[in-house]
Design a protein around this ligand. Structure first.
Ligand code: SF4
Length: 105
């Protein structure tokens, strides 16, 4: 799954079934150090877990809502999530009104 910043930031607006998604996480049995490593090879291995994860969107939304600044969450490295967080903040700052009108168009 490859989401654009816009698509990923819109996930925050979608209701999910609530907590408990961590029980389904593909990384539960993985070496968690991979997800916080700065080595390319480790990051690729972490992202491979994410690609097969059935709760990737829930994980990504949770990371964005909790402003997780470090590591790989929801199949995205921190640099990509920062773009999403900036987009969400911009929408929150604008009150979402302009976005709602543009959604209706
Ligand atoms: S998306 Fe990645 S970091 Fe999130 S729960 Fe799944 S495997 Fe773990």
């Amino acid at each position: 799954m490859t989401l654009s910043v816009e698509q990923a930031s819109r996930l925050v607006d979608q209701p999910f079934a609530g907590g408990g998604w961590q029980e389904e996480a593909a990384c539960r049995s993985a070496d968690i150090e991979l997800f916080f490593s700065t080595e390319d090879e480790d990051q690729r291995a972490a992202l491979e877990h994410c690609r097969s994860c059935t709760v990737q969107q829930e994980c990504l939304v949770d990371a964005i809502e909790n402003r997780e600044m470090y590591g790989i969450w929801g199949g995205m490295p921190e640099s990509e999530r920062r773009s999403i967080i900036r987009d969400v903040r911009r929408r929150e700052h604008n009150g979402g009104e302009r976005d709602k009108r543009s959604d209706a168009a």
